[in-house]
Design a protein around this ligand. Structure first.
Ligand code: NAP
Length: 253
């Protein structure tokens, strides 16, 4: 096995939502593989900075509310100018709002679609434009969901947004694969994070979910981080437009 094929040495990777959960797992895994990680969130990123330092990596914290109009693209342009060129973009930041479809508010719909889908497009577009203009290769990894394939319950906006992320991954891959940009997505299964706190706190839902996972455990942020490194690294050079489930076998069942 060529170990360099899995190395991110010399690469700069921007990860949104890097202060906690899956984004933190991705930041640490990318840093361990040799990347300089630019981590973005609204909240302080000190915990991730410490975790990256613990594996001997380099980390830059960037404060940004990605849902504020114009903020995401302005952040990317500033990050490129100050810390670039950037080699990889991981669109991980995302929110979920749970409500019966009949009661799902328009405000919740807009909040979820704005961050989970529109911001993913705008950041990818800004990053892609930069790469194309510079004639540089690059990687985009979108964090999709099992709800890019399945319907879910009480999460109408979230499911619509994550189906959208799968489609967006494919259309960007179709346009950019021939120009040196790999666009792929990871569909995490049920991962222990703030996003799934409500599910894990409900003993009935939690037991039902666990019983359906062939691997017999919830996912950890590190599981998603290591798979993301694959999609950022030379090893996946010929992978384009894939939505890779990392789900303990959930979808196989
Ligand atoms: P999480 O622990 O709730 O983390 C969400 C991340 O998104 C945080 O870093 C948060 O930063 C960031 N974020 C939210 N709103 C933001 C905003 N307006 N501007 C900037 N950053 C913002 O959830 P997670 O489970 O790690 O989720 C990460 C991704 O994985 C999401 O796209 C989620 O849909 C997806 N996913 C999760 C699971 C799962 O089982 N956990 C399964 C499938 C897919 P702040 O704290 O600063 O807001």
């Amino acid at each position: 096995m060529d170990l360099d094929a899995f190395s991110l040495a010399g690469r700069t990777i921007l990860v949104t939502g890097a202060n906690t959960g899956i984004g933190q797992g991705i930041a640490v895994a990318a840093a361990r593989a040799g990347a300089t990680v630019l981590g973005v969130a609204r909240s302080p990123l000190a915990e991730t900075a410490d975790a990256v330092a613990a594996v001997g990596g380099r980390f830059v914290a960037i404060a940004c509310d990605l849902a504020a109009p114009g903020a995401a693209v302005a952040m990317l342009e500033r990050a490129w100018a100050e810390h670039g060129p950037i080699d990889g973009l991981v669109n991980n930041a995302g929110i979920i709002r749970r409500a019966d479809a009949a009661e799902h508010s328009e405000a919740d719909w807009d909040a979820v679609l704005d961050l989970n889908l529109k911001t993913v497009f705008l950041l990818s577009q800004a990053f892609g434009k930069r790469l194309l203009a510079a004639g540089r290769p690059g990687r985009i990894v979108n964090i999709a969901s099992l709800l890019s394939f399945q319907g879910g319950i009480r999460v109408a906006a979230y499911t619509a947004s994550k189906h959208g992320v799968a489609g967006l991954t494919r259309v960007l891959a179709n346009e950019w694969a021939g120009r040196g940009i790999n666009v792929n997505a990871i569909a995490p299964g049920y991962v222990e994070s703030n996003n799934t706190e409500a599910l894990r706190a409900d003993p009935e839902r939690s037991a039902a979910i666990l019983a359906r996972i062939p691997a017999g455990r919830w996912g950890a942020p590190a599981d998603i981080g290591d798979a993301t490194v694959f999609l950022l690294a030379p090893a996946s050079a010929y992978v384009h437009g894939a939505v890779l489930p990392v789900d303990g076998g959930w979808l196989a069942r």
